[in-house]
Structures are given as C-alpha cells and as structure tokens.
Design a binder for this molecule. Structure first.
Ligand SMILES: [Zn+2]
Ligand SMILES: [Zn+2]
Length: 266
C-alpha cells in the first residue's frame, strides 16, 4: 500500500509530525509514504490553514529524519517530501522555481481549495453558481496543464456545496476529466472524504467526495487514478484507502500502485 497525501501539525488543522505518521505507516505496512502538507506562500496567502514560509525548512527536515529512520526498517519504506498546493498563474513560478527548484521537494500535489473567478480567488467549498463551476474547472485544467504536479487531490471537491448532479456539474466534471486524460496527471480518490460529515445531495445526504457520479463518469476517460488517505491524524494513515480502491476497481478505473516521483520537475 502507498499514500502520498499526508499532513502534519504545521497546517494548523492536523495533528502529529512526520515521525508519528511514519510509525503508523510502518504498522500498516505502507511501502511508499509521501508527505504533502499544505503549501506556504511568501505573501502568507490563506495562512490560517498552512505553515508559514519560515516553517518550511523544519518540515523538510522532519520528513528527511523520517526517511533516515525508515532506512533501518526490515521492510523497506520510501519516504517523500512534498506539498499540497493551490495553483494560479501568479504562483506558478514560485511553485516551480522555489519549491521544486530551490527547496528540491520530491513532488507537488495540487488541491483546488480555491479557484480563480473573474480575477479573484473563490472558495471551492461554497460554489453556488454555474459560472463558478466553470471557473473551478478552468483553474483545475490549467493546473493540470502546468506540468508541475504529481497528482490532483479530490478532483470532485466542486460538488461539496453543489447538490444536484445536473448538466452544470457534469460539464465541470467533463472538463476536468478531459484535462486529466490529455495531461496524464493522476486523479486522486480521496480517502479523507469517507470520514467527512455528509453533505446535501439531490437524493438526500451523501459523502462530500469521492462523489459516486463523478467516478462513474471517469470510467469513460483514459485516465490514471491514485488513492490516498489525506491523513490529518497519524491514526488515519491508511483510512479510506481500501474503500477508495474498491470504488475505483468496481468501475474498472486504472489505479496506480505507485506514483513515478523520479522525473521531476514535471
Ligand atoms: Zn488539510
Ligand atoms: Zn490534503
């Protein structure tokens, strides 16, 4: 088993540090463990849910220490240092040159928690207008096309506040799936979604994500998938992974056992 979406206490809404996750990952016989805490920005953008820039070296150091520790394990475990980023044209250079370049991170994941709508940032959790859905899809597609990301976290996040699976949701999903097919960036079936409180759907309560209908539609595309726990507590290191794999395999989706993190920058 592998997981590439792991947080630490530094994002201010998770608990535990790299070594704590390493311990639970070892117990769960994880073969590859990727850390992807929420990415800091030099202008302290969205700082309430992420580390500050000056915490980044200590984060990388903590992951390096976990990697060293894992070298002594009887069963080999690979440990990678990454970050979960937003994407926009004004931060692209920073992600590529500073994070992948200067800080030499092993990979970046992208999670569109905020998207660009008419030149300003909007919260993906409260989409209420079809034009906003289109902007979410647009930001997502451009992020995939940017060529710097190893996977797209929770591609179906746009459904969080969008109850009906209607023509607008389907159009948004198709735009994302087409971009994933063209760029071959793996889409994540997010294990954390199985643990989140239910939200409003068109047939009563449903999971916020992974969204059944999104992944039904995904089968019609030649895309790659990855299943991650998105752990925010060490105890959740493999939570939701089996459920996510079952969701993907019953639909015949191509689930990668491992991400190729050797050929960076992407
Ligand atoms: Zn988080
Ligand atoms: Zn995350």
């Amino acid at each position: 088993m592998t997981t590439y979406h792991t947080h630490t206490y530094r994002c201010r809404h998770a608990t535990g540090d790299a070594m704590d996750y390493l311990k639970t990952a070892r117990k769960a016989s994880i073969r590859e463990l990727g850390f992807s805490d929420h990415c800091p920005y030099p202008d302290r953008r969205w700082s309430e849910s992420r580390m500050d820039m000056d915490e980044l070296p200590a984060y990388i150091h903590a992951v390096d220490a976990a990697r060293e520790e894992a070298k002594g394990f009887d069963e080999p475990m690979q440990v990678f240092a990454g970050l979960e980023c937003e994407w926009g044209p004004d931060i692209h250079g920073y992600l590529k040159d500073e994070l992948l370049g200067h800080f030499a991170l092993d990979y970046l994941g992208v999670g569109i928690h905020t998207y660009l709508h008419r030149g300003s940032w909007r919260d993906s959790f409260v989409i209420t207008d079809p034009r906003e859905l289109a902007s979410f899809a647009d930001t997502t597609a451009k992020a995939l096309e940017s060529g710097i990301f190893a996977f797209l976290a929770h591609p179906d996040l746009f459904c969080y506040n969008w109850a009906p699976w209607d023509e607008n949701a389907i159009a948004c999903a198709k735009d994302i799936l087409e971009a994933a097919q063209a760029t071959k960036v793996p889409l994540e079936i997010n294990g954390c979604g199985f643990r989140k409180p239910k939200v409003r759907g068109d047939r009563g309560q449903r999971r916020p994500y992974p969204h059944e209908y999104f992944w039904d539609l995904a089968c019609e595309y030649d895309i790659l998938c990855v299943v991650n726990s998105d752990a925010h507590r060490p105890v959740d290191i493999i939570a939701g992974i089996e459920e996510g794999k079952a969701m993907g395999s019953t639909r015949g989706l191509k689930i990668l056992e491992k991400l190729d993190l050797t050929s960076k920058p992407r």
